[in-house]
Design a protein around this ligand. Structure first.
Ligand code: ZN
Length: 509
């Protein structure tokens, strides 16, 4: 095992540099005074450059070749063979992008995000436009450097969702749209008004935090290997399996923001806390992909945290904390209020049922941008037209339309589909866990989640990046990626809440 251990030692050094950068980034978002920003940017650039140089070096090439000679004789399912395979893949990608291109793009990205931060509150697309044009140009060039067989989008999607192809996403999204639109339309046509106004009363921060922590601990998020802080944009960040942190944002007059945010981020964090300790300081010690990562956060946020059995246990505890706000609201009314379906222009405020329409809209536009069929300067009109087509409404302005997300400002094109993949995969995994443990959701009524967490640990978490996402799904559920469980789930849940027997999504399998 000599050459593989040598490779591991080398990768461990690179991992140390990268995770030091991640700690600095976490600090910048949570604790750092604004005065530190300028020099912090230099520190982060230095560490990123060092990690990149170490990784694309001739040392890596030599150690990797030696390790491959050994790995070829091992079981392909062994951890060692997987480590070598994943490292070769990462090395191939990192080496295709010229160092000058990477550095130039990194600088442009931070300036572009800055321009977006200025432009959005002023609803000033003209200010952001030249940067957006550059970001699209960088994305197209990156796709050319990385290479693709079918569509330039494949090259970018592969960075976030290894081995996933644009045509697979096309097929999946078409089925999802056909499967959900009849239910969305039936709900909208009914025009039933749900009272959720009590969620906008004032809820003190300490109470929100205490409730969120109690639930996250109940889920199994280990606070001796994690912590909860505040940041403007909530995120989870893992430095190693013994230190995976989350953040949230408290909105005093909108209770769902922080509490569902904490459920969501603790789902991400429990994934990384559950990766095999033997993968520590290697490229395997992370999630399999953004889509699989999101399947974990969505599962705890929605399938658990927005379910009736969950609130049967937790609603009395929430009401005890906030008697003035919730005293006259019963568990049913609360459950319905946190599951309202509504067509709205903003993705991050969308409910479970309409959320994916927002992603489809972005996916269509991104493909056109990469194909050169749509110019960045024409995005506002294209956005509004697609919004009308997919959501039946146009945003009030560009701030609530084309400029609402941060992703394009940093050139993250190809990223959005992973959100919908996460939704789809969350239910496919959840159904598999339920098949293995038919009483699973009854345990939620008693505030017990250890059976679900153990199943996830066993079938998903411990493997880290060892398997490609589709392979992991196949191994965990016995089937290839499929939207049918997800469509059934939406139909049952929202059909019941709104008293509609749509049957729209249910397909014969
Ligand atoms: Zn997430």
């Amino acid at each position: 095992m000599g050459p593989i251990d040598d490779l591991k030692t080398h990768l461990g050094t690179i991992h140390d540099v990268s995770s030091a950068a991640a700690v600095l980034r976490w600090d910048q978002e949570t604790k750092m005074p604004p005065g530190g920003a300028k020099v912090r940017a230099e520190q982060l650039a230095t560490l990123s450059r060092l990690a990149h140089q170490l990784f694309v070096s001739s040392d890596t090439e030599r150690l990797l070749a030696a390790a491959e000679a050994v790995a070829g004789t091992l079981d392909p399912d062994s951890d060692e063979a997987a480590l070598v395979r994943v490292t070769r893949r990462d090395f191939g990608i990192a080496s295709k992008l010229p160092a000058d291109f990477v550095a130039e793009r990194a600088r442009a990205r931070s300036l572009s995000t800055e321009a977006w931060r200025e432009a959005r509150p002023r609803n000033d697309f003209a200010h952001f436009r030249p940067w957006l044009e550059q970001m699209v140009d960088y994305a197209r060039r990156a796709a050319e450097y990385l290479g693709y067989a079918d569509h330039p989008y494949d090259a970018l999607l592969d960075l976030y969702e290894p081995n996933m192809k644009t045509r697979d996403v096309n097929v999946l999204f078409t089925r999802l749209r056909e499967g959900t639109l009849p239910l969305v339309n039936a709900i909208v046509d009914r025009g039933q008004v749900v009272d959720s106004s009590f969620l906008s009363l004032e809820f003190d921060k300490e109470g929100q935090r205490a409730f969120g922590v109690m639930v996250a601990e109940g889920f199994g998020y280990d606070f001796s290997r994690g912590r909860l802080d505040e940041s403007p944009h909530p995120f989870a960040s893992g430095f190693n399996t013994g230190d995976v942190r989350i953040t949230t944002r408290y909105v005093l007059r909108h209770l769902p923001s922080a509490i569902f945010g904490i459920f969501h981020e603790s789902g991400h964090a429990m994934y990384e806390q559950g990766v095999a300790r033997t993968f520590e300081r290697t490229p395997l010690a992370r999630g399999a992909s953004l889509g699989i990562h999101e399947s974990q956060s969505r599962m705890w946020e929605n399938l658990v945290g927005r379910s009736r059995p969950f609130w049967e246990h937790f609603y009395p505890k929430l009401r005890e904390r906030f008697p003035a706000q919730l005293g006259r609201i019963d568990a049913d009314a609360f459950f319905t209020a946190v599951n309202v379906v509504e067509l709205s222009p903003i993705r991050v405020e969308a409910d479970e049922l309409t959320y994916n329409l927002h992603i489809m809209l972005r996916f269509e536009l991104e493909k056109q941008l990469l194909e050169g069929k749509l110019a960045a300067r024409d995005l506002p009109e294209a956005w509004n037209a697609k919004s009308k087509e997919y959501l039946g409404l146009e945003p009030r302005n560009d701030a609530d339309g084309v400029m609402q997300d941060i992703h394009w400002s940093s050139g993250s094109i190809g990223y959005f589909p992973t959100y919908t993949l996460g939704n789809v995969v969350s239910v496919q995994l959840f159904e598999a866990a339920q098949r293995a443990h038919p009483g699973l959701t009854d345990e939620f009524k008693a505030g017990k989640f250890s059976t679900l967490l153990s199943w996830l640990r066993q079938h998903v978490h411990r493997h880290g990046r060892k398997f490609f996402p589709r392979d992991l799904i196949q191994r965990a559920t016995g089937a290839d990626l499929t939207p049918e469980p997800y469509l059934r789930y939406l139909d049952t849940k929202f059909g019941t809440i709104y008293g509609i027997r749509a049957g729209a999504g249910a397909a014969t399998e």
